[in-house]
Design a protein around this ligand. Structure first.
Ligand SMILES: Nc1ncnc2c1ncn2[C@@H]1O[C@H](COP(=O)(O)OP(=O)(O)OP(=O)(O)O)[C@@H](O)[C@H]1O
Ligand SMILES: Nc1ncnc2c1ncn2[C@@H]1O[C@H](COP(=O)(O)OP(=O)(O)OP(=O)(O)O)[C@@H](O)[C@H]1O
Ligand SMILES: [Mg+2]
Ligand SMILES: [Mg+2]
Lengths: 461, 461
């Protein structure tokens, strides 16, 4: 009667591709640009390479056959990794505790899949890593039912230059006419949040050139360890399993968890009434469960630190806002590290006033998460909810007013509402930090507005 | 430098469980109830069994160890299928073109996973299919890194009665105090949309009993075929591959696609200038691409039919609304079958006025998709956007007013915004149909409101 089946991950996302942002040719074109650009920015910035990103969109065949090419000067992809990177869903290098744009190991595969099912064409890649002596060139499709790559062609040639980086080209069904505004908006906002990047975009009758206005870059994040508040039984069980079973409990918690030094380890073990000298291999299942409960309820752990994060900083954020919005006044605030459920995060906010910013009835909101511009689903984003609850009159802002709010959330785990990365869920700690950051910036804005009101009053006399 | 890894589907959803609705103990408890109840209602209703659903929640150990049990009189699960059904992500019987609550093959696995990582405990199942001579009892956990079940225990005994159905019990971390309102709300709305179901809910200091107020049930949906507007190259390639390669092109399109009879097949082949007698095995890749493009651009296909759908119908929808909202007046509208991208859908709307409905400043919205109550993310749901754009004054509704709007979308593919099934995306055809349905119902409401105004005017004299 009922027929029971198993689906591979690629099969699942083929059937439910709208959940990843590939619902129709307009949205798919936008999402494809995003996936490629975000990969290129990670490949450069995470390795402190000043990004040079080239994006070229052309109409291959009217009305809706579109070619997209993205080139970067990043670290490249090891040639033996290329087939899985482009042809296997849930494959990537971002599965570690470190702030990056990529997190799911899915993005580029969705673009490959959509191009393949609408045009039958493979993705084309040229790439070379920094130390490699060869340049690899591949054409790849996906075996969707098995979640495996199909290598259509693979060519390798000697590298005669110092070139490193990746060029990716796709031919896909896409609606440039309907998608262009969002794509241009996305690229503009990308330039806002990465003022140290050179971005060149060429589309059908449009050319956008953003030259870096600074060579200063944020410090790349380092891979971190889990924090006691972020663990569960599965994680704890695995950490114990992969470690030298002769290790003591004390050494284990110091080695495996974020911010646990000798002093804290000692205090915790005493409070929890656990024997720190007990060997890991001697822990029973119920003792492991007890350890978990004690670790989650102990209040003396250090707050998670910012080593695995990479905020812009107030100076770079200001530069990016000035470059794109040309305001009369900008204030930026980068908050201290906070955390939710053991995941460290930092909120950065900018308020931009006047200049080229239009008069609006409520603040224009620019949302970013891990330096990704978020353009859709503003209605359910926590940032919009905070902006709407602020009483702006307390800061001498009377609408209509030329006010833009820029909110940037950095985290090892951004609480995205979906795999399409469009909106941030209303996690209480994040909401509070966004509110505090906006109010902190708004107090500076108030000083400025008070100042120019006084000047006007003086001039008026 | 970068470390490349592959994740299994269960591993992916373990790390990103908030995307499936398992973000914290409060939300996870709500989602667990949903996943179990929705499975039980599919297991009964899809097979024309009047549903008897029992839901029992108890606090196992304060403050947050909760036991959840759900029992149904459905078709049960074949005992050899139980391990994969409960222990493998992307496994199920809902991967066919037929309206059902379940679609992803993921729901129960998320509940099993969350319980396991918070308490270490397996899920317990007792089940028996209608024709089976045995009752199977299992305790199951998940091997999360491999996406395989771990059978902790399996017992089988002779069935001495005619019992059939499934009982599922989980022990999980959950916040009953914070989740209870939403859970009760969910159960109440489930009773609204399934007036033919007996639902019994027992929780810590609460008991809800909903007895069916009708034995009439909607006709179960049948598994359908894809419509030409819903296909892509991958689908077409596979359909060709699995079919007898000696079949002619004409027989192929008549056999494999929705609503293609001899006449339509003939007209299409003539319009497309294709040879209907050509054997499938003789089609080249470019001929297959050409066939796809022709099928997608041909305007003479029949509209998708309602065979694979199962709307409530105006009568049952009215009964459900009356049972739960106790209004003074109800009007219900079930629209004709429509479609988007080849996916058939039906919109049903109810307007409820007065009686126990409170005075509100904008209509209370009850959203349903495939008979699932949607409680979160109203802000980005297409139904909310339509309700807010309606000029209610044209229908003699002046706020504050005691008005509730019930919107039910039935489809073989509900355009959910995420795997958590909380909101419906703004697909143009769906938006238009919801608007038309509400306006149609609003015209009846207007007649009623006009009538009672006249009565009042008469009485006033
Ligand atoms: N331009 C590039 N340069 C270097 N490495 C790349 C590039 N594009 C992709 N990769 C590698 O391929 C992997 C898979 O990319 P993909 O976009 O599918 O997933 P992701 O970026 O890890 O996560 P997400 O799904 O969130 O985007 C990346 O993790 C990265 O290691
Ligand atoms: N109470 C039940 N009675 C009968 N079959 C059930 C029951 N619960 C689950 N199943 C079977 O197990 C399968 C998997 O259930 P699961 O909830 O994981 O996925 P689904 O319901 O198919 O889709 P979704 O992820 O959208 O809920 C179902 O497709 C169904 O065949
Ligand atoms: Mg990516
Ligand atoms: Mg289900």
């Amino acid at each position: 009667e009922e027929r029971y089946e198993s689906l591979s991950p690629s099969e699942f996302f083929y059937r439910n591709r709208e959940i990843a942002g590939f619902s129709n040719p307009t949205r798919a074109l936008y999402q494809t640009v995003r996936e490629l650009v975000e990969n290129s920015l990670d490949a450069t910035e995470l390795h402190k390479i000043p990004p040079d990103i080239k994006i070229i969109i052309s109409i291959k065949e009217p009305p809706d056959l579109v070619s997209i090419l993205v080139e970067d000067n990043g670290i490249g992809i090891p040639h033996e990794e290329v087939p899985f990177v482009f042809g296997r869903v849930f494959y990537g290098s971002k599965y570690v505790l470190r702030q990056s744009r990529g997190v799911f190991g899915l993005g580029i595969k969705m673009a490959v899949l959509y191009a393949q099912i609408t045009t039958g064409k493979p993705i084309w890649i040229r790439t070379s890593t920094m130390n490699s002596k060869i340049i690899a060139e591949y054409r790849i499709k996906m075996d969707i039912s098995r979640n495996m790559p199909i290598v259509i062609s693979a060519n390798f040639r000697k590298k005669r230059s110092k070139w490193h980086g990746t060029i990716v080209k796709l031919i896909t069904k896409g609606n440039w006419t309907l998608a262009r505004r969002r794509i241009e908006d996305y690229i503009r906002r990308t330039a806002m949040i990465t003022p140290y990047a050179d971005i060149y975009f060429k589309g059908p009758d449009v050319e956008l050139i953003f030259k870096r206005n600074t060579r200063k870059m944020p410090t790349p994040p380092k891979v971190g360890k889990p924090h006691p508040y972020g663990i569960d039984l599965e994680m704890l069980r695995r950490l114990i399993e992969i470690h030298n079973r002769n290790i003591t409990l004390r050494d284990f918690i110091m080695k495996c968890f974020e911010g646990v030094g000798e002093g804290i380890a000692h205090n915790f073990l005493e409070w929890a009434r656990l024997n720190g000298d007990k060997k890991l291999k001697d822990l029973s299942t119920s003792e492991i469960e007890n350890l978990l409960n004690k670790m989650k309820s102990y209040r003396g752990w250090r707050r998670p630190r910012a080593l695995s994060l990479s905020p812009l900083g107030e100076d770079l954020l200001r530069k990016g806002i000035e470059r794109i919005l040309s305001p009369e006044y900008v204030v930026t605030v980068t908050r201290k590290t906070s955390s939710y459920s053991g995941n460290p995060f930092i909120v950065e906010v900018g308020l931009a006033w006047g200049g080229k910013i239009p008069m609006v009835r409520s603040p224009i909101l620019y949302r970013f998460a891990n330096k990704i511009p978020l353009l859709y689903d503003e209605g359910v984003d926590v940032a919009r909810q905070v902006v709407d609850k602020i009483d702006w009159s307390l800061y001498r802002v009377k609408f209509p007013a030329p006010l833009a709010v820029i909110v940037h959330l950095c985290s090892t785990k951004v609480p995205f509402k979906g795999v399409g990365k469009e909106a941030i869920a209303d996690v209480v700690e994040v909401e509070k930090e966004i509110e505090n950051a906006i109010k902190e910036a708004a107090r500076s804005l108030r000083k400025y507005l008070t100042l120019i009101e006084r000047k006007r009053a003086l001039i008026a006399k």
